[in-house]
Design a protein around this ligand. Structure first.
Ligand SMILES: [Zn+2]
Ligand SMILES: [Zn+2]
Length: 111
């Protein structure tokens, strides 16, 4: 009989110990590195690029002023620099990376 009680006591002690182990903070997994915008941008073809203004042609409102109202409507217009806000390097230097990723490669142009 004493043996059984002893065994139960031992079991209780063991379970307490395991609970204590579980409550110790586990190392938090490092957050997955989010892919940056620059990596998800598709490189455009030379014909879709305005080399004069260094912008995608379909976003170059310097060449095509008809684009301006649409971008203004979207709230994506930098009136200071006359380009879409999302592509305004002067307002956001980070945009340069995006443009670099979109800009057609020189080799393609030469073909
Ligand atoms: Zn242009
Ligand atoms: Zn700007």
């Amino acid at each position: 009989m004493i043996r059984i009680i002893f065994a139960i006591l031992l079991a209780v002690c063991m379970s307490n110990a395991s609970i204590a182990a579980e409550t110790t903070p586990a190392p938090t997994p490092a957050p997955a590195a989010g892919a940056s915008d620059a990596m998800t941008v598709k490189r455009l073809e030379a014909k879709d690029w305005c080399s004069e203004h260094d912008l995608p042609k379909d976003s170059c409102m310097k060449c095509d002023q008809k684009l301006i109202p649409a971008f203004k409507k979207k709230g994506d217009f930098c009136k200071e620099h006359g380009v879409p806000e999302s592509l305004c390097v002067q307002c956001d230097p980070e945009v340069k990376k995006k443009l670099d990723a979109m800009r057609p490669l020189k080799d393609e142009k030469a073909k």
